[in-house]
Design a protein around this ligand. Sequence first.
Ligand code: ADP
Length: 577
Amino acid sequence: MKKILGIILAVSMLFGMTATAEGVTAQGTAISPIGGEVVVEVTADANTIYDVKVISHNETPSIGGPAAESVPADMVEYNTLAVDDVTNATLTSVAIREAAKNALIEAGIDPTPFEVKKEQAGDTERTAEELSCDVLIIGAGGAGLTAAVKAAQEGANVIVLEQMAFVGGNTLKATGGMNAASTHLQAAAGITDSTVETFIEDTMNGGHQKNDLALVTTMAENSAEAIAWLEEIGAPLPKIAPTGGTTHKYLHEPEDGSAVGNFLVEKMMAVCDQLNIKPMTNTEATELLVEDGKVVGAVAHDKKHDYTIRAGAVIVATGGFGANFDLMCSYDPSLNGAVTTNHSGADGDGIILATAIGADTVDMDQIQLHPTVHQETSMLITESLRSAGAILINADGVRFTNDMSTRDAVSQAELKQPGSFAWIIFDQRIVDHQKSTAKYINGGLTVTADTYEGLAEQMGVDPAAFAASMEKWNAAVAAGVDEEFGRNNGIDEDLSQAPYYAIKVSPGIHHTMGGLKIDTDTHVINTEGSIIDGLFAAGEVTGGVHGGNRIGGNAVCDIVVFGRIAGTNAAAYALGK
Ligand code: ADP
């Protein structure tokens, strides 16, 4: 992290300044390696910061937005530049601080007195507050937001809690698409072989038959309706593609090839807005309230309040535990020190809260490594690149596996290569069709060249061996058969459109398949095998859907299908229907 922060270039620019009765106003800039240029305007005098505004930034709205609001507001409230970072928006927070400092310098004000850390709320006493609702949802990722919209559509009044400064959770990092079977979109595209039955079979095979068949069946049977519902609420996923480890094309992506997670979160937030649902960010649930064996609410807090929230039903949608190394390593010590693609809010809270009141868990030791993670930035390189035709090459410049096999198989193959890494290779055609590649290129993750030999040199692999591998792959695509490794999807287009790109990748912790035990109605089940009244769960916090290995595209299917079921059933329970 230090290395990345070091890249932040403070750039002071001459924007001019104005003097008012309340200090001097000036602008400054800084460059964040992820979000690009950040421009901040500050009004201050030697003793007081009166106003701070982020004039522009290029970070995604869902992540940069909260930092652009909360960092300036804290600077004014606590009269200091030394305010807390917004979790998971650290680079944007740092760039905003740098730009504000440059603005002070531009205004002719010495920034040194403002670089002292002041006590911030959260270090002080909180006041007690009571709230109530029909359905309380803990966690505003994909499952929580889906459940919130659905519960509100069913007539429930909803409160959503989110511990982070922004909504979206790990869902924001979902770059591929959503698997579904027998959808109207597949039918329109003439794809008739991706049936509910094949989807169940592929999911069970992908999960090494460890999955809960009833949950998988529910997911597959409801997937087409979920796609139609997304379209109804303004989040269509019309582009259809294959995904690793499946025999048919189930993946549904946004039209323009943009990352599915951010797309869905932004669309769902727009619907939440229409339904007057305003997730309470920076608010962490710490305990479930139980009366007479029924869950009746939760205890939560933000920086200034201790909330007691009474609810007709509670949905736990807190995501997985891929950022909680203590919990993961208690099940699989070999993961100690591995890179994780998870945001820091994937801390397993929901599992801890629900097991404290007797909930059962399943498959907690099933933790997925994703094969294409850029280690320095922990950034996941989307599987959609391989669906679109990208391949994996090892340090000797040769392919080593069926690159479209299941994630666990590809990860294991990669770990056996020299140096335990691979290069993912793609071309300009893929860049033109996959919007998500922009962040890899702009973020400096790629090496690039106009020829195979030139790319090999950048990668530090033997140019002749690499060029031969590329020609061999292009010939396999032309023949439609990968005789070497039997890859049978993502083999429609070759890699012949220069310039060529490569990103160095290794496996990283990605998905925690295990979690709370639920039934097909999303009731949480206790250790005695009975339903816990009033408690529902959906999304990565639950276990059983993915078994021993999750197929790419099934996380989004899981959160939308089970988020909808949880929203419907929790609303019905709370409203006594
Ligand atoms: P899913 O894909 O299952 O929806 P996500 O990771 O996308 O999971 O979203 C889960 C969300 O729940 C995250 O934004 C995370 O910060 C939030 N969360 C986790 N624990 C708590 C908690 N104790 N209180 C409030 N929000 C929480």
